[in-house]
Design a protein around this ligand. Structure first.
Ligand code: NAP
Ligand code: MG
Length: 402
């Protein structure tokens, strides 16, 4: 069989622990037999980040800027315990944080649906993708306790030195206050990432804030989304047959629960934090959650939403069998290959990525699954398998399709 050829390399970012083991196995068993895989490899495993003083993370992010598409394995974000465990020169920053800061993107998270694992919300038939704004609001706030008799004001010093003051509250008893911000630039980036992503997956985009109550702050989000949509995306949305829809956050929550799914739900930072956990849990499992970072200028970085599955890795090191779910990591690869195929116009690569996803889902639907899914699945016949048996079963099915 001739292997599928690629023209532009994918930016491949290797990672840590159990997911690093799965990463290599996915390549060996599911990709290399079928695709003449062209990647530019960056080892973001913690030892190499330490060795290169984290330069490798910066280089990888620059490579995504250059080529447009990357795929990333889960990585350790070091804490004090990891500094000791890996004898690190310093507590390196989160690679995802570094890459996100350099690409200035929005993270989209979507569940992978399979028969036998039913969403808790019975009306949901298609995945709901959460797009979370990842800058500002309550995550970059200033807050304090105030005592009875205090007068709190909002004070802004303009560039020419003028002070603008607005009363917050005259406290007759003790209380609390908070100041927070966002920037037009960050909101506009968020909006463009959402519109671009909606076009790339051809799904409707919903956005919601509390602009009836927050008439300046939340209203600014609504206005920026609206302006960018009208000026830059309206025609493309019409052509793609999709819709941009704005509503109040409380109305959105009610509609989401009554919906069939199959759309993107753009959320302000806090709403996204809360709603993504609600949506992920209601759809089933973190191990089945895909994640893609999309920059406002249309660069894509695919990964699994979960971490390096440390507890399984320690068992693996002791020579014990593990049953780690590789679905989200497989879908990170298939997502990245599909995007590369689309950008480079390689139909058989897109077709391969579809078949890889299909083989993965059919394997689970045939009853062969990792232990985490056995607990969730309502299929009558289920066979729990270990990490490698699961990949072998997918490989066999995939070979049959090719
Ligand atoms: P985690 O790796 O997501 O794992 C938490 C638990 O969830 C696991 O112990 C396991 O439960 C279950 N789980 C997660 N993924 C699974 C999978 N694919 N298959 C089966 N079970 C799965 O989160 P963590 O333990 O909090 O973090 C571990 C390391 O990952 C940390 O160093 C953290 O910095 C890093 N991390 C990286 C990323 C990223 O790169 N995007 C994201 C989050 C965390 P059981 O043990 O009960 O089976
Ligand atoms: Mg959270």
């Amino acid at each position: 069989m001739n292997k599928i050829q690629m023209t532009t390399p994918l930016v491949e970012m290797d990672g840590d622990e159990m997911t690093r083991i799965l990463w290599k196995a996915i390549k060996d068993k599911l990709l290399l037999p079928f695709v003449d895989l062209k990647t530019e490899y960056y080892d973001l495993g913690l030892p190499n980040r330490d060795k290169t003083e984290d330069q490798v993370t910066v280089d990888a992010a620059n490579a995504i800027k250059k080529y447009g598409v990357g795929v990333k394995c889960a990585t350790i974000t070091p804490n004090a315990q990891r500094v000791e465990e890996y004898n690190l020169k310093q507590m390196w920053k989160s690679p995802n944080g570094t890459i996100r800061a350099m690409l200035d993107g929005t993270v989209f998270r979507a569940p992978v649906l399979v028969k036998g694992i039913a969403p808790t919300v019975s009306t949901w038939k298609k995945p709901i993708t959460i797009a979370r704004h990842a800058y500002g609001d309550v995550y970059k706030n200033t807050e304090m306790k105030v005592s009875a008799g205090s007068k709190a004001e909002l004070v802004v010093t303009t560039p020419d030195g003028k002070e603008i003051r607005q009363a917050i509250h005259d406290f007759t008893g003790d209380g609390v206050i908070m100041g927070m911000h966002n920037t037009d630039k960050s909101i506009a980036s968020f909006a463009r990432s959402c519109f671009n992503y909606a076009l790339s997956v051809k799904q409707d985009l919903w956005f919601a804030t509390k602009d009836t109550i927050s008439k300046t702050y939340d209203h600014r989000f609504k206005d920026i989304f609206n302006e960018i949509f009208e000026n830059e995306f309206k025609a493309a949305f019409e052509q793609a047959g999709i819709e941009y829809f704005y509503t109040l956050i409380d109305d959105a929550v009610a509609r989401v629960v009554r919906s069939e799914g199959g759309f993107i739900w753009a959320c302000k930072n806090y709403d996204g934090d809360v709603m993504s956990d609600m949506v992920a849990t209601a759809f089933g499992s973190l191990a089945m959650m895909t994640s893609v970072l999309v920059s406002p200028d249309g660069k894509y970085e695919y990964e699994a939403a979960h971490g390096t599955v440390t507890r399984h890795y320690y068992r693996h090191l002791k020579g014990e069998s593990t049953s780690t779910n590789s679905v989200a990591t497989i879908f990170a690869w298939s997502g990245a290959l599909k995007k590369r195929a689309e950008l480079d116009g390689i139909n058989d690569l897109a077709d391969f990525a579809d078949k890889l996803e299909k083989a993965t889902l059919e394997t689970i639907e045939s009853g062969i699954m990792t232990k985490d899914l056995v607990q969730l699945s309502t299929l009558p016949e289920k066979r729990p398998v270990d990490s490698m048996e699961f990949l072998d079963a997918i490989a066999e099915r995939l070979a049959g399709m090719m």
